[in-house]
Design a protein around this ligand. Sequence first.
Ligand code: HEM
Length: 142
Amino acid sequence: MRHMFGWIVTHPWAYPALEVVHIVGIALLVGNLVLFELRVWGLGRALPLRPLARLALPLALAGFALIGTSGLLMFAGQPQELLASRSFVLKMALVMLAGLNAAGFHARGSLDRLDATARLQTVVSLGLWLAVMICGRWIAYE
Ligand code: HEM
């Protein structure tokens, strides 16, 4: 696999371009989740929750699609190095936990039950995505 995608790291601008796509994806994902989750906490009560969710959540998912695609291509360019990076491995575990937390939020129907559990799930969500971003940035400093 290294041989086939090795050009991604040797190419003059492919890797930085992928990092830019990665950061645009992060802005879409985290930006829309913050908006939606603050509404779950009762901010912006004038905004009906479901129409807001119908706008913000697909944008957050589009952001994750950009992140996943650019991230996997960056990974393919240097798999051994990244698998040897504790920050990278921890980051992937945190991404999975954040995905499970989001699935749990929707599976229990938290959109219609804005109770203490739903609010707790939003705090866990923001905490996990923040931790993912910290790990993502740390990769380059290991
Ligand atoms: C879904 C799977 C993901 C993969 C495979 C992945 C992979 C990567 C890789 C390979 C890098 C470059 C590391 C480097 O060479 O410096 C990176 C950087 C980064 N990632 Fe991810 N990532 C993923 C998801 C995420 C998510 C969900 C976030 C945030 C919510 C995130 C935040 C970051 C940040 C902040 C950086 C540093 C960007 C920079 O320095 O330009 N990543 N990621």
